[in-house]
Design a protein around this ligand. Structure first.
Ligand code: REY
Length: 420
């Protein structure tokens, strides 16, 4: 099943997509090596090339040919909505995936956690450069680890998911129905040596945002669920967004998630139902393409944080030549010289990209309802090129090879659990 609409306002009023070619101008030149300019550009949505619906369609179809049961993307471009989906939400019933379906957003949850914590900074209840142990006495092995180190993945705290998911399906089944406390997860991390001295290196670790969840509970006296609800979900009217830990079901119409085995040829496991207790404040939010676009538009549009905290969130630690990590926020530099801001997410059966322009006026969320498939992950990243750079200036093949990042598959999981 194929669907595609573009329209204004909510999609009920959307009309069938026009496949007429839209002339596209790149907003900035491509670097000579084709990898992006390496500098951070501030391009308003109005100056961007029009989204390339045909390019988006091709990316989704490619993801399906590489093993994703379904794939979809929604672009909210200053009031104009583009919605495209391909394939199945449910492989048993054959129900088609639609851009209204809920799904597990994985680490996009980290941006929610960072927003709550930065609001607490705005309220004078938290200081980014203070030792975590001064808020949570005795929790961490090194008093030099600050809140900023957590939120920028520079604490050195070992990522316990390395070991948990060394074997993909057995690892998943062992935790699918498990309920961990935050302390349990921190204990798993602390059983291993730290990966670097505080502040010394970027090393992506779920442990950082688990400790972030503990900080939220300690400073507010309320659950992470209540804080997400009060500070983000309710004010932004994110009606498709929830945090239901430790419940295992996704309420309402949703995409089922499909997890491939490490061994080729084995059937995919339906991974839709799980507690996601292994991630919690690092990855257990459920949402929709519309809600994630609303969230990142509001964030970069300055409607969730003060200008001061939004600036803190965008102090970048280099990840590689085309990416930076701020505070619970990623920056990606696209081939047309435009930088976009948001987060990626990987949770069993779901790959998400959710990014927005500098002014928050063009937001894009893409989902494939599979994971443990680096090829699909890399393909899905190309939705950002089509959505923010418009039609390619060169051939599609040249552009995709110029922008495909060698380490794409490793960015959300520690290198030693990634596989070919
Ligand atoms: C965990 C493994 C991924 C996923 C992870 N996700 O840390 C957080 C994030 C919340 O950054 C799993 N991979 C997969 C394996 C590899 O099991 N052996 O691909 O579904 O989003």
């Amino acid at each position: 099943m194929v669907s595609g609409t573009v329209g204004t306002g909510t999609a009920l009023g959307a009309v069938l997509v026009s496949l007429l070619a839209v002339p596209a101008q790149a907003a900035a030149p491509v670097a000579p090596d084709g990898t992006g300019t390496g500098r951070v550009t501030s391009v308003a949505a109005g100056e961007l090339a029009a989204p390339d619906d045909e390019g988006l369609r091709e990316v989704l179809r490619t993801a399906l040919s590489q093993g994703a049961p379904g794939a979809m993307v929604r672009v909210d471009d200053n009031g104009t909505v583009h919605r495209l989906s391909e394939g199945d939400a449910d492989r048993v019933t054959g129900r088609a995936l639609t851009t209204y379906d809920r799904f597990r957003v994985g680490s996009v949850s980290k941006s929610f956690t960072a927003v709550v914590l930065l609001q607490l900074v705005d309220e004078g209840k938290l200081d980014l450069d203070t030792s975590v142990n001064s808020y949570l006495p005795g929790l961490l092995p090194d008093d030099r680890i600050t809140v900023r180190h957590l939120l920028s993945h520079r604490s050195g705290l070992y990522d316990y998911t390395n070991d948990m998911f060394e074997q993909t399906v057995p690892g998943f089944e062992a935790v699918r129905n498990k309920v961990f406390s935050y302390q349990d997860l921190v204990n798993l991390s602390l059983a291993k040596p730290v990966t670097n001295a505080p502040g010394a290196a970027y090393s992506y670790s779920n442990t950082n945002f688990v400790v972030g969840g503990m900080l939220i509970e300690k400073l507010t006296g309320q659950s992470v669920r209540t804080q997400y609800q009060k500070r983000i979900i309710k004010p932004l009217k994110l009606t498709g967004t929830s945090y239901v830990h430790p419940n295992t079901a996704i309420a309402g119409r949703h995409a089922n998630g499909y997890l491939p085995d490490d061994e080729a040829g084995k059937p995919m496991v339906d991974s839709t139902e799980q507690t996601v207790s292994w991630a919690q404040s690092a990855g257990a939010v459920i949402s929709t393409t519309r809600d994630l676009n609303t969230f990142f538009s509001a964030l970069l549009g300055g409607r969730l944080l003060s200008a001061a905290q939004l600036a803190q969130m965008q102090q970048w630690t280099p990840v590689n030549s085309t990416q930076g990590y701020g505070l619970g926020l990623r920056r990606r530099d696209l081939s047309c010289g435009v930088s976009v801001y948001g987060h990626t997410g990987t949770v069993q059966g779901y790959y998400t990209y959710a990014f927005t322009s500098k002014d928050g006026k063009r937001s894009v969320t893409a989902l494939a309802n599979t994971s443990n498939n680096g090829t699909v992950l890399t393909t899905l990243s190309r939705t950002l090129e089509s959505a923010f750079c418009g039609k390619p200036q060169t051939t599609a093949a040249a552009r995709s090879s110029a922008t495909v990042n060698q380490v794409e598959r490793y960015e959300d999981i520690a290198p030693n659990i990634a596989r070919d």
